[in-house]
Design a protein around this ligand. Structure first.
Ligand SMILES: Cc1cc2nc3c(=O)[nH]c(=O)nc-3n(C[C@H](O)[C@H](O)[C@H](O)COP(=O)(O)OP(=O)(O)OC[C@H]3O[C@@H](n4cnc5c(N)ncnc54)[C@H](O)[C@@H]3O)c2cc1C
Length: 404
């Protein structure tokens, strides 16, 4: 079933045009070919050719790399336009990849753009953009809580013209393919945070394993040990002390994109659920006529509307540089993955056994939704932040204005 995308009356013509043209490629080129594109067919060469064909079409349509400035071959989209494009990209499996937005590379590209020197951009950013290099972001550590990044203990010690890095990380995504990691370290002398570029073939970088997740034996989320890893001082990104801010930059906007992705995927799950409900005969009638199923549809409609409007509201606040956006970002980071989880859960139920099969994207979505409640800050950390901001307001004699 194609995604139903029409112009939104409150959006300007440019964003509507981008949404419509994105939907055209998603509906005509990606959705009908999902199985062939992503290796469920045995013909890998055909899959590769098909992916290249679609990428060329995307580039020709001027829809490549919405997150990058035009001088780096991207669309130069402002934040809000990108968010609105994201919900459409997320509707089809892997579509974002075919539009040049691939995590964690896209987040690393943004960090390199903002904090990288001209030499670093030349050496690391350009190959990352043209696809000749891969990257990872290495922050979380097995023995320290990722929820509290100040606890991290990986150290960087300056020794002449080099940084010497020691530490133990895990869940460094894309670790198997990566040519370099951006490693979050604590500079030993001052205790300040710094992000340092570490090529993965540097002596002392030990990619211990791809951690098996969700019952699978392995994944590209890697455990990595850094043992006396030496890199040139030029590999420091920005200044010592900017590491924490750089990570926050990455996460703030990233959470909006993750939530818009979740909205696009919920939209897909919803369409699939309704499609099945209107065609499957059970106990002498269509599923759509059973009240249980009508309840699933109504509750999912409510979840999607609420998740989408909350996310757009938060995105608008970020776009206006509103300092209060922080509370809204945390609110969507708690609400949207949970709503996504509920919607997919209902869609799976309506589809029965087919719902958990690999014939449909629902099982993958279900695991993705659950994982999202941990990644980029677990729910509890965001709840704490919301409560802190709200209470801070009331404690200083003010109240909350939900209209702004
Ligand atoms: C699939 C996947 C991919 C990932 N990719 C990357 C990556 O590329 N790079 C990277 O650096 N990291 C990555 N991560 C790690 C992720 O960012 C962390 O898992 C996350 O920050 C949580 O840290 P933690 O796992 O150490 O949990 P902990 O910090 O140990 O927290 C465990 C639980 O404690 C609870 N909790 C935490 N704080 C509080 C509190 N104050 N009050 C009450 N309860 C609390 C929460 O329920 C939380 O889930 C990835 C994780 C996953 C699952």
């Amino acid at each position: 079933m194609p995604m139903n995308v029409k112009p939104i009356p409150t959006l300007d013509e440019r964003i509507n045009d981008i949404r419509l043209r994105t939907a055209e490629i998603v509906n005509e080129d990606i959705l009908p070919n999902e199985a062939a594109l992503w290796g469920r067919s045995r013909d890998r060469e055909t899959a590769r050719e098909l992916r290249e064909e679609i990428k060329q079409k995307v580039k020709k349509a001027g829809l490549w790399a919405p997150h990058l400035p035009q001088e780096y071959g991207g669309m130069g989209l402002d934040f809000l336009a990108h968010a609105y494009m994201n919900e459409i990209l997320a509707y089809a499996i892997g579509a974002a990849k075919l539009f040049g937005v691939v995590a964690p590379n896209s987040g690393n590209q943004k960090i390199l753009l903002k904090y990288g020197s001209e030499e670093q951009k030349e050496k690391w950013l350009l190959p990352l953009i043209d696809g000749t290099m891969e990257s990872g972001f290495s922050m979380t550590e097995p023995h320290n809580p990722g929820s509290d990044p100040r606890s991290l203990t990986t150290t960087a010690v300056r020794d002449g013209d080099e940084w010497v890095i020691n530490g133990h990380k895990w869940f460094t995504s894309n670790g198997i393919e990566a040519d370099f990691f951006i490693v979050m370290c604590r500079v030993a002398e001052t205790g300040s945070m710094a992000q340092i570029i570490v090529p993965t073939d540097t002596p002392g970088v030990d990619i211990v394993r791809g951690i098996g997740i969700w019952g699978r034996d392995t994944s590209d989320h890697c455990e990595v040990k850094y043992e006396n890893v030496r890199v040139p001082v030029e590999n420091l990104l920005g200044q010592v002390g900017q590491g924490h801010q750089a990570a926050q930059d990455r996460l703030g906007a990233g959470r909006i994109f993750h939530c818009m992705n979740s909205v696009g995927q919920m939209w897909r799950a919803f369409d699939l659920m309704v499609e099945r409900a209107t065609t499957r005969q059970v106990h002498g009638g269509l599923l759509k006529d059973k009240q249980f199923v009508q309840g699933f549809i109504a509750d999912s409609y409510i979840d999607i509307q609420a998740a989408r409007l909350m996310t757009i509201h938060a995105a608008e606040k970020i776009d206006e540089n509103d300092r209060e956006a922080r509370t809204d970002i945390s609110a969507i980071k708690v609400f949207v993955p949970a709503a996504y989880h509920r919607v997919v859960d209902r869609a799976i139920q309506v589809w029965g056994a087919a719902g958990v099969s690999n014939d449909l994207p629902l099982a993958g979505m279900y695991l993705g939704a659950r994982t999202l409640r941990l990644a980029d800050g677990p729910d509890e950390v965001h709840r704490i932040l919301i409560a802190k901001n709200v209470l801070g307001r009331y404690e200083t004699g003010h109240t909350w204005d939900f209209g702004n």
